[in-house]
Design a protein around this ligand. Sequence first.
Ligand code: ADP
Ligand code: MG
Length: 448
Amino acid sequence: MNKKEFWQTILSDLQVSISKPIFQTLFSQTELQSLEKNVATIGCPNPYIQKMIEGRYYSLLKEIIDRRTKKDNSLLFIIAKPKKKGKLREVGPLFESKAKKTKKKAFDKETGLNPRYTFTTFVVGNSNNFAHAAARAIVQNPGSAYNPFFIWGGVGVGKTHLMQAIGQAIAEQHPDLKVLYCSSETFTNELVYALQSKTISRFKKKYRGVDILLVDDIQFIAGKEYIQEEFFHTFNTLHMSSKQIVLSSDRKPEEIPKTEQRLTSRFMGGLTVDIQPPDYEMRVAIIKQKCQEKNGQMEEQAIDFLAQRVTTNARELEGILFRILTRAESQNQKPDLEFVRNFLGVKTKTEPKKVSPRRVISQVAKHFNIKTSDLLGSCRKARLVLPRQVTMYLLREDLELPLMKIGEILGGRDHTTIIHGVDKISQKFSSDADLRHEIMLIKEKLYE
Ligand code: ADP
Ligand code: MG
């Protein structure tokens, strides 16, 4: 089945569940752009429809796609005008096969682009899918989708990677457009040099003469008045002629200290997105992606263990993974579970740290923002059901406590109630990504 046929099947399924007018208005002009790595990218004709579908029909659509693919997918909605005559337009490097065929170029001094960082190698998941979707929209409509596009987030979460991917994809899909990527430090250094060497007009020509300007780590211009002044004018010149500006920072625009108000408000004038640290699923996907890039092999159990252990950010995960792969290779060993455990200094025999039932209870209560007494009590309020079942699940699956014991701990509940609760969560665990995410968050706290 090709993409188009597949999408028709999904739309037919969907028609069963929603009214005809809604279907016509919202879905008739959608198309499947790609379906890879469990991410279905869906093109919508305009931002209004994109918002409506994403806001109201995300779970329904996901359920249908998941059922058809028998996988747990994430959905991304991007703006993409359907081609006339119903022909699907392939959006460049969205499609891996195409992207792989393009020859690897070296780091390009002129554009500042590093071919390592592309959309193909960028793992998409809960913590960055919005940023990713917006980035793709920008590639399709540079200068008009969102301008400026401001990406913020902590270290190592993939800001540079995403910016680079935008630059690269634009350079590929719009070869007539001039792309320039730099860090705000480079901008600063070049400006200082231009002033000293009296080559300021060359500097201006360089930065104001591009079609796409991507400036990484813009927070470094904090407190540098002259640099801010020059950047302000660069920004305005480009913005006025609808040239795309992409910026990144380690914090929100309004939180960058010692920055002129007029500049901050420019930064906030387009779309601001954040990237959060990767969740467990993304960490697994990132490990797999990096293994593939390095031609390294790692078995599932070892990947799972590493993803459970290294919870900070993609950069750290990547660093540790590379060290593991290198050491395994130099010692002529397989990087299996045992190897990874040893590497991380965890003894094979002991389980990843014992936690007490108390700790589980207080962590679940904290996560769901309820009192432990309510969690353990007999009140039948609906909002207590899920936290109780999650507690049962964790006590059973993680702490491996007997059912009777769990019943006792949870304020004298019958063991059949416990079985029911554990089953309920186990079933949902494989189908409900949100729940899985919540449980992962709780577990991260439990074992930290
Ligand atoms: P930041 O600029 O936010 O500090 P980077 O973009 O430099 O982070 O990312 C650090 C490393 O982690 C890079 O090698 C990058 O390829 C990798 N990385 C980050 N996020 C992802 C992702 N979503 N998919 C694949 N690799 C990622
Ligand atoms: Mg960076």
